[in-house]
Write a protein that binds this ligand. Structure first.
Ligand code: ZN
Length: 114
């Protein structure tokens, strides 16, 4: 098992899995939409003062003043070390991300109708 990963591999892991899908469908953190924004329960402080940035694929908690990439957030939620988190993310890259994204879009649309 390699001790360190190629930069390219890590870059792909940070960018391939949309952060909102990782949070909602894979790590199954509680989430909601407010004013059309996707917000998740911060795994560090338990607050909802959060946002995700699809462009940078980062999750941010305004209370913790921290940006979390997919590897960071996986490590926190699953209490894994860096290597375990990388392996976990490599496993789910095979998941059909398009299907998950469609599921979230539907869920968000139905929340916004309320
Ligand atoms: Zn926080």
């Amino acid at each position: 098992m390699p001790n360190h990963y190629a930069k390219q591999t890590l870059k792909r892991l940070r960018n391939d899995i949309p952060i909102a899908i990782l949070i909602a469908d894979i790590l199954e953190l509680p989430w909601k939409t407010a004013e059309g924004y996707f917000r998740f329960l911060c795994p560090r402080c338990g607050g909802f003062d959060t946002a995700t940035n699809p462009r940078t694929n980062l999750a941010r908690c305004f209370t913790c003043k921290q940006n979390l990439n997919p590897i960071d957030i996986t490590m926190i939620v699953k209490r894994q070390n860096f290597r375990q988190a990388v392996q976990f993310l490599q496993g789910i890259r095979k998941v059909d991300a398009k299907e998950l994204a469609a599921g979230i879009a539907t869920a968000m649309a139905s929340q916004n109708q309320r």
